[in-house]
Every structure is written in C-alpha cells, then in structure tokens.
Design a protein around this ligand. Structure first.
Ligand code: ZN
Ligand code: ZN
Ligand code: ZN
Length: 192
C-alpha cells in the first residue's frame, strides 16, 4: 500500500510484479552521515483495477523487504544495491562457514526450528575446531543445534564492536545459550 497526497494505491501481493526501476544516490542524509542509496521499485498488478505505482525505499531495507515477499523483485537493469552492514557481514560469514567442516547429526537428533527466527530449521552447530581442545580461548559448546546460519550471523555481529567492523571476521562471540566462546572457524553447517 502506498499513500500520497491525493491517492491511496493498493495492490495485493499475489497479483503484483515488482521491478527495480532506478536508484538515487545521496551523499548524505538527515539521519545518517554515510552515503544513502534510494531504490525505486515499480509495482504493477495483473488486476486491471489497480494502477501501477512506484515505491521508494532506502537500499539498507531492501533485504528486509525481500524476506517478506513471495516473489522476487526483477532487476532487469542489473542495478547494484548497496547492502546493510548486517547483510554484507552475512555473506562473509556464510562464505567462511561453507569452508568449515560440516556436522553430521546422529540419527536420533531431531532438528527443531531456529529459536531466533522460528522460520528456518536449525542448520548450524558450534564445534571447537579452530585449535586443539585445551588450546586457544574458544571453548567447546555442547548445546544441541538451535539456530539457523543467518540468525547465528546476526548474533555474532551483534556481539562485535560496531565501530571496528574490520576485526569481526577474526573475533569471537559467546554461544547464545551456554556462553562458550566461539569463532568463525567453529561454526559448522549441519548436513543430514
Ligand atoms: Zn533463524
Ligand atoms: Zn552452547
Ligand atoms: Zn574458535
């Protein structure tokens, strides 16, 4: 739904096509001291009663919008969307975890939904792999898998110094449940 001075535009999600139609760059905005990118997204509906309209969105909120949509946003012009810090970190986090050893759960282990988002199935297990058990400052976690990769990445990022992003990849965070310290090398994807 979009409201403007004289119109209210309504479209049902099941009837629409979304297309990234353009961007505007602002070197500074009133609520941020870094460059801001705004995206124009054209909403066209297959329902003849609803007229096409354009919504405008801060690019940092684009990831969140896409999570809520059932259909993809078309990006025919290959517009480069500037991502939020948490999205950027998630990509780096995921790349590292994909290189780590995987965890194969025993047959009797039930995987429940992630307690962070309640949507995805838990798909990561913390295992101390960065050093031998008695070496280093990471500690073995004995918790059953309770988190998905994305929520674990958000948790990890939230425990870091927000002004020193360059140190994040090499840092540690406590397990959200037992507080055992872990690093990126200790996050294992679950493979059934
Ligand atoms: Zn989750
Ligand atoms: Zn734990
Ligand atoms: Zn570690």
């Amino acid at each position: 739904m979009k409201t403007s001075t004289y119109h209210v535009y309504v479209a049902h999600q099941n009837d629409i096509h979304l297309t990234l139609s353009g961007t505007e760059e602002h070197s500074i905005s009133y609520h941020s001291t870094t460059a801001t990118q705004f995206l124009n997204i054209a909403v066209s509906s297959i329902n003849p009663n609803s007229r096409p309209f354009v919504i405008r969105l801060n690019s940092l909120e684009y990831g969140e919008l896409r999570e809520k949509l059932q259909a993809p946003v078309r990006n025919a012009r290959n517009i480069v969307v500037r991502q939020s810090l948490s999205d950027q970190f998630f990509h780096a986090f995921q790349e590292q975890v994909q290189q780590n050893q995987v965890f194969r759960p025993p047959p009797n282990m039930e995987l429940e939904s992630c307690i962070g988002c309640m949507q995805k199935e838990s798909d990561v297990k913390l295992q101390k792999l960065c050093a031998a058990q008695e070496e280093g400052s990471c500690v073995q976690c004995f918790c059953r898998p309770m988190w998905c990769l994305e929520c674990m990445s958000k948790w990890f990022a939230s425990r870091q110094d927000q002004h020193q992003t360059e140190t994040w990849m090499g840092s540690q965070a406590p397990c959200p449940t037992c507080r055992a310290k872990f690093c990126l090398l200790d996050v294992c994807m679950i493979v059934k």
